[in-house]
Design a protein around this ligand. Structure first.
Ligand code: FE2
Length: 427
């Protein structure tokens, strides 16, 4: 007897299987499960995926767009200035409420694990207090990892280092950083060393905003890789953004990528935000502001797509939908071959789960029973449509249901129902 059976869905790898769930675990996968269940979901013809995962977000700032005013220049630096005002105005309760609303959106779209950076700059640390409360409130359905993030610089901000240590002591999960925002290249490199030592001492992972600039000489990723090797942190370190790599000299990159691979650094580009923030100082040609995704993957470096922002001082749009993130990413990185598009779907599911170290993740026996039923034939079709999430299951519980997106036509001589699935032509 199962609690729930998801019947006949197509997994991302193409297998068509029934999935049997008992309690919070997947207890069976088979072409046909002949057993009773309290509820059976017919997923025949639909895609059944493990949940979406976002390894880079800012939940303390989310859903605040327009407060205290809109970002008129659209630049990263004006966004940082606006956030610097807002974080001292917002109460803990306001930040919690906005974050919980965002988590409702995420849950409804099957986004069930999020790594959020939390600004540790101000002495009051209200954002840290708020996000710890949110992590506790949503833990039954969303796994929220919190990164101690010294937004205004570890050394550049007054009490930057002290407040970050206080935030880690309060129970944050990951060590963050922003070396390109320190006063000098040398101080940026020193901050990377310092932060990696803090992480090594505490046994924590590292995820730094790294080289989020169009300056090809911003090379803190090199120091991050070297410090990872020096301290034996391989597999526990991620570099977020890495946009300067877009503008770097090719010869230098040919040395950098093997170093990153040796250090087992993960890369987290954030295509929605960097396509609008980067290149703002350019005339024409305007740079795309995305790091070298395909080149890193070819070198064996783990690369996952992150979302970064939704309706906040940096980004005026956003939906909590990781299919939007992957859709933008595949365009900007020109990953339009069917295998590359399928890879982009994997990046916002399995690869991101690996980056976050989610050991119970996946559609396999014994894993946590968290999954999404999509109104799509396969991962590429899901991306193309940003398909409806018919059903979201988190830790064994159905937490969201949505309608398909079929439309009714009233055109003479045409079908009455239009289903916008891609024709299954041979590729
Ligand atoms: Fe970020």
């Amino acid at each position: 007897m199962f609690d729930l059976i998801i019947e006949g869905g197509r997994l991302p790898d193409g297998r068509i299987l029934d999935i049997g769930i008992k309690g919070d675990r997947i207890s069976a996968l088979a072409p046909r499960i002949e057993a009773q269940a309290f509820e059976v979901i017919d997923a025949r013809g639909d895609l059944v995926s493990p949940p979406f995962v976002d390894p880079h977000f800012h939940m303390d700032a989310t859903l605040s767009y327009g407060q205290p005013r809109v970002n008129a220049s659209g630049t990263l630096l004006e966004g940082i200035d606006l956030w610097g005002e807002l974080r001292d105005l917002a109460t803990v309760e306001e930040m919690v409420e906005r974050a919980l609303t965002y988590c409702d959106w995420a849950a409804s779209l099957g986004l069930l694990a999020i790594r959020s950076h939390v600004d540790t700059t101000p002495d009051h640390l209200r954002g840290v207090e708020a996000m710890i409360a949110v992590r506790e409130a949503v833990k039954g359905y969303i796994d929220l990892q919190l990164v101690a993030f010294p937004q205004d610089g570890l050394y550049r901000a007054p009490n930057g280092r002290e407040n970050m240590i206080r935030a880690l002591d309060m129970g944050l999960d990951v060590v963050g950083g922003i070396p390109h925002f320190e006063r000098t290249m040398a101080e940026g490199a020193a901050s990377v060393r310092d932060l990696c030592e803090i992480a090594a001492d505490r046994g924590l992972p590292v995820d730094m905003h790294c080289d989020e600039t169009d300056d090809p000489m911003s090379r803190h990723i090199e120091t991050l890789a070297a410090e990872t090797l020096r301290l034996g942190l391989q597999g526990r370190v991620a570099g977020s953004h890495l946009t300067s790599m877009h503008s770097m000299d090719n010869y230098y990159v040919s040395k950098l990528l093997p170093l990153m691979a040796e250090a087992e650094i993960s890369a987290i580009p954030n295509p929605l935000i960097n396509i609008v923030l980067q290149g703002r100082h350019d005339t024409y040609p305007k740079r795309r502001g995305l790091t070298r995704v395909k080149e890193m993957q070819a070198m064996g470096i783990r690369v996952g797509w992150g979302q970064d922002c939704t309706l906040d001082p940096w980004y005026s749009l956003g939906t909590a939908d990781m299919l939007d993130v992957a859709f933008m990413g595949l365009h900007v990185a020109q990953m339009t071959h069917p295998e590359e598009m399928a890879c982009c779907f994997t990046m916002v599911t399995e690869t991101n789960a690996e980056i976050m170290g989610l050991s119970d993740y996946g559609l396999r026996e014994g894993a946590l029973a968290s999954l999404v039923v999509l109104d799509a034939a396969d991962p590429v079709d899901a991306l193309r449509q940003r398909a409806a999430r018919r059903l979201v299951v988190s830790k064994g519980r159905i937490i969201a249901r949505s309608a398909r997106r079929d439309a009714q036509l009233t055109l003479a001589g045409r079908p009455t129902t239009v289903v916008r699935r891609a024709p299954q032509n041979p590729k």
